[in-house]
Design a protein around this ligand. Structure first.
Ligand code: ZN
Length: 306
């Protein structure tokens, strides 16, 4: 018997095996991919859920934060407004206190300032014979023309006089105090002396009647410079007089009786302290003290020693 051979059998078996393997592989891979895609689906739905909940949480958080921020800034604004209002109130109080203490200072200064110091004296308005300045000081001898008699001047005026004489000296001008405070009795005695020497008519023309002399105030000073033979006459022909005309106001001094004034004899040597402010105003406006209204002058009293 002829045996039948199947030479292709191994090939069939191998092919079948391969086909089976492919089928199993496909099924497996299909299953696998199926389960993977399911997992992916599940995951992505998880992700979507998560994203949704995250975004809603974020939105809620943002809303909360913005609400908190706005209420905080509102509270802050309110606080700032409060602070502002308080500061404004405080400022108001301070300025009130300031202006109160300012007017109090002014009142105190005025109360302490002798109103006579800026009065215009005439034959109808004059100082009482008992009037004595509140504070008088000795003029150091270096500022006096002569050391025969100790001169006195209103205490607050002394430093101004010294500064003025020092300033003149620095510009090569020699100035000295020749006469300053004179009491009612001094003035009376002086007048009598003049009367004896010159006669009553002449004496009246160059020495004020006792009582309304500015010298009794303690703020007037007669100035002199060397070269006049020890008298004040002719002072207006000197450099010292020119220097005084240009500079005395800086130290608060004015010429009481300038040339051609309608009140009293021309006295180029006679300078009265009226305060730097008033003296400067008069100098700048080319006016005379005695031409001003007394009420206008009185306005300068509070600042007379500033
Ligand atoms: Zn005088």
């Amino acid at each position: 018997m002829k045996s039948t051979t199947y030479p292709l059998l191994p090939l069939y078996i191998i092919s079948s095996l391969i086909i089976i393997a492919i089928i199993i592989g496909s099924i497996y891979s299909y299953n696998r991919s199926n389960s993977l895609s399911m997992r992916i689906d599940a995951l992505s739905s998880d992700i979507i859920t998560l994203t949704r909940s995250l975004s809603s949480t974020t939105a809620a958080l943002q809303a909360t934060i913005s609400q908190a921020t706005s209420s905080l800034s509102l509270a802050l604004n309110a606080q700032q407004q409060n602070v502002g209002a308080i500061q404004q109130q405080l400022g108001g109080f301070q300025s009130q206190v300031g202006s109160l203490s300012g007017s109090l200072n002014t009142l105190q200064k005025l109360a302490q300032t002798d109103p006579e110091l800026l009065k215009k004296y005439s034959k109808v308005y004059f100082l009482n014979e008992n009037y004595i300045p509140a504070h008088l000081s000795e003029i150091p001898l270096t500022y006096q023309y002569s050391d025969l008699k100790q001169l006195l001047i209103y205490t607050n005026v002394l430093p101004r006089l010294e500064s003025m004489i020092d300033a003149a000296s620095s510009s090569g001008v020699k100035l000295y105090a020749y006469s300053a405070y004179r009491s009612f009795d001094d003035q009376k005695a002086l007048k009598n002396d003049y009367r004896i020497v010159y006669g009553a008519g002449t004496a009246n023309s160059f020495s004020a009647d006792q009582g309304y002399s500015e010298h009794q105030l303690g703020t007037a000073v007669d100035m002199i410079t060397p070269g006049l033979g020890g008298v004040v006459d002719g002072f207006d022909r000197t450099n010292a007089y020119q220097w005084m005309l240009s500079n005395a106001y800086r130290y608060g001094f004015i010429l009481s009786y300038p040339k051609n004034n309608g009140y009293f004899t021309y006295e180029p040597w006679h300078w009265r302290f009226v305060g730097v402010k008033l003296a400067t105003e008069l100098h700048n406006q080319g006016k005379n003290f005695y031409d001003l209204d007394q009420r206008v002058i009185d306005g300068y009293l509070v600042n007379i020693f500033d």
